[in-house]
Design a protein around this ligand. Structure first.
Ligand code: PLP
Length: 396
């Protein structure tokens, strides 16, 4: 029966039955004339979620990591300088990828728990009078630390420095769960994937690309083949794909977009905020601390939580899995042993979140954490009752 338990990792996320069924389709010929009717509305629907009218949406058979590679290889040349801050495992891994591609890195080191440092970016960009920096890379939601960064502030910093660089943003663990406004924020490439906010199986990188990024693409010399935007754009224009498309995922994505539209994106964001706030109330009731340094940085899709001094977060996540068959996020990188994570994104309800909180409380009690059983659950219950009656009243 344990396959009935929800996941509390920040991706891959729980797949609603409706999406599992939508992905269960028989193979069809992607060169048949009707493939365009399947693909093109899906790309159009993605643009709404990215918040772009001007950009193009593209999908590749890959995970989010492949989306990063597509973003940099299509817009940069060997030896180009990129500006990036390291404040968690995902920004760290993107840095590593840039390094392996022979890019020149200007890295701003930040505490894990901080967000993208708009002021430091502005300083570095202002000092870059010769415009050696070709792109600023930002992880919108640092899944390792539960930190969401202010992308609009990064764009303002670029404007204040009067800098022409591209803004490339990883929104893998925020898109379709937290507000994302590609055009308003001046994002040039936004990278996401199928297995987080879209609640689908892993296997598709989902990107949106601005006209400015496409202009940079014409000059970009990093080797690329499978991920070449030119092949994808040209095939898409004719309603096709440059190679065999992940048809089942495209069908799933169509249904996912329908679900998001039915609930309403604003309602989806509000639900994520409410569930996240319930988790944060529980964390406070346990007397534990979030890794995120301040409330403006709190992510609505994942909370990273320090365990008390003298405890090991890996023992806690292992025990929750072994004893109760429930997965919570482990501490990544320098958070290993120090923090565990509760993923609260995708197909999730208050009932499910309460079950997760109750489970981790049991695991903590088993391991003799100084935490009272039911304390976090009660705090979340109070918040859910209050926020729900509030939203019921405003609906009336
Ligand atoms: C999940 C995730 C990725 C991509 O990881 P894949 O395993 O390649 O899909 C990238 N960035 C962030 C912030 C993520 O949370």
């Amino acid at each position: 029966m344990s396959d009935q338990n929800p996941l509390f990792i920040p991706g891959p996320t729980n797949m609603p039955d409706r999406l599992r069924q939508a992905m269960m389709v028989q193979t069809r010929d992607h060169r048949a004339p009707d493939f365009a009717d399947t693909l093109l509305p899906v790309l159009d629907g993605c643009k709404k979620v990215f918040g772009t009218k001007e950009g193009h949406a593209l999908t590749f058979p890959a995970s989010g990591t492949g989306g990063w590679e597509a973003a940099i290889t299509n817009t940069l040349s060997p030896g180009d300088t990129v500006l990036i801050a390291r404040y968690g495992m995902f920004s760290h891994r993107w840095i590593d990828m840039c390094d392996r591609h022979g890019l020149d890195l200007r890295i701003i080191e930040c505490d894990w728990g901080a967000g993208a440092p708009a002021d430091a970016f502005q300083k570095a960009l202002t000092e870059d009078g010769s415009h050696a920096i070709k792109a600023v890379l930002v992880t919108h939601n640092e899944t390792a630390t539960g930190v969401v960064s202010d992308i609009a502030a990064v764009r303002r910093a670029m404007e204040a420095a009067d800098h022409p660089g591209l803004l490339l943003v990883d929104c893998v663990s925020s898109l379709a769960s937290m507000p994302f406004k590609m055009d308003d924020w001046g994002v040039d490439i936004a990278v996401s994937g199928s297995q987080k906010g879209f609640m689908l199986a892993t296997g598709m990188a989902i990107l949106a690309v601005s006209p400015k990024a496409l202009a940079a693409m014409e000059r970009a010399k990093l080797p690329r083949s499978f991920f070449d935007f030119r092949d994808m754009l040209q095939a898409n224009r004719n309603g096709g794909y440059p190679y065999t498309p992940p048809l089942q995922l495209i069908h799933g994505l169509r249904e996912s977009l329908t679900m998001l539209e039915e609930e309403g994106l604003e309602t989806v964001y509000a639900r994520h905020h409410r569930l996240a706030e319930g988790v944060r109330r529980a964390v406070a009731a346990w007397g534990l601390k979030l890794v995120a340094q301040s409330p403006d940085l709190y992510s609505d899709t994942v909370s990273a939580i320090y365990v008390p001094e003298g405890f090991d977060s890996n023992t806690l996540t292992d025990h929750a899995f072994n004893a109760y068959d429930v997965s919570f996020g482990v501490g990544l990188g320098q958070m290993s042993g120090k923090a565990f994570r509760i993923g609260h994104l995708g197909a999730l309800t208050e009932v499910m979140v309460l079950a997760g909180l109750a489970t981790i409380e049991m695991a903590m009690a088993d391991l003799e954490y100084p935490v009272r059983l039911g304390s976090g659950v009660a705090a979340a219950q109070e918040y859910f009752r209050m926020s729900r009656s509030h939203s019921l009243q405003s609906a009336a």
